[in-house]
Unconditional design. Structure first.
Length: 201
C-alpha cells in the first residue's frame, strides 16, 4: 500500500482540501447525532480511520467538512469573518488526525545522570531518577512506550496532543538540573547550563 502524507491545499473562498490518503488508508465522514452524513449542515465532528487506528475530531462551532473522494473539504457554515481563525484551527486539527491514523506521532526523550534509568514492566515504566524510591509511571491507553538501553525513551501514538502531553509528563518527573543537567530531557533539547556558585575569596 502506498501511503501519502496528509496534504492541505488552500483554495479561494472559504473551502480548503485535506487529503485523506489513497487506497482507503484513511476515510473521513461527518458525525451528526451519531449518524454518518455527507452534508455539511452542523456536523459535530469528523471521524478519521486509518491503518493505525481511528480518531474522532470535534469541530469548532460554525465549521464543517464534506467528504469529496479522498479529500475532506473544510468550509465555514456562516458568512461570519470571525470564523476565519476557527477555519484554520479546524483544518490543522483534522490534518493532524489524518496524519495520526496514517503515520502516527512520536516524541523521544533521553535520561542523563549516573544511575538514572528506566525499565518497562507491562503497562508501567519504572524510573530510577536519583530519588530515594523508584518512580512508577502508568502508560495511558492509546500510547506505546519503547525504551532503548534504559536511557532512551520513545513515546508513540495516533493523538498528537496526547503524545506530547505524555512526553511532557515524563520529562516533569525529573526536569534537567540547570547546573549539572542531569534529568530527563527531550532528545536534541538544548539546555542552558548555569555556572556553579564559587566561594568568596
Amino acid at each position: 500500500m502506498v501511503q501519502s502524507e496528509p496534504s492541505i491545499s488552500r483554495r479561494s473562498g472559504a473551502a480548503d482540501s485535506i487529503s485523506c490518503g489513497t487506497n482507503e488508508e484513511a476515510r473521513g465522514r461527518f458525525l451528526r447525532e451519531g449518524r454518518a452524513s455527507n452534508t455539511i449542515a452542523h456536523p459535530g465532528a469528523v471521524e478519521i480511520q486509518g491503518p493505525k487506528g481511528k480518531l474522532r475530531q470535534p469541530l469548532p462551532t460554525g465549521i464543517g467538512f464534506q467528504v469529496d473522494g479522498d479529500h475532506l473539504q473544510a468550509r465555514t457554515l456562516q458568512d461570519d469573518p470571525q470564523l476565519g481563525k476557527f477555519h484554520g484551527l479546524a483544518r490543522s486539527l483534522v490534518a493532524n488526525a489524518v496524519r495520526g491514523v496514517t503515520e502516527g506521532f512520536k516524541k523521544e526523550l533521553d535520561i542523563v545522570g549516573v544511575g538514572y534509568r528506566a525499565e518497562l514492566k507491562g503497562k508501567q515504566v519504572h524510573f530510577a531518577l536519583g530519588y530515594s524510591h523508584p518512580v512508577v509511571f502508568d502508560v495511558p491507553t492509546g500510547i506505546d512506550i519503547a525504551i532503548d538501553k534504559q536511557t532512551h525513551i520513545t513515546v508513540t501514538g495516533i493523538d498528537r496532543q496526547q503524545v506530547g502531553q505524555v512526553a511532557a509528563n515524563i520529562r516533569r518527573l525529573r526536569k534537567p538540573d540547570p547546573y549539572k543537567q542531569k534529568g530527563v530531557r527531550y532528545t536534541g533539547e538544548v539546555l542552558k547550563k548555569k555556572a556553579g556558585k564559587t566561594g568568596a575569596k
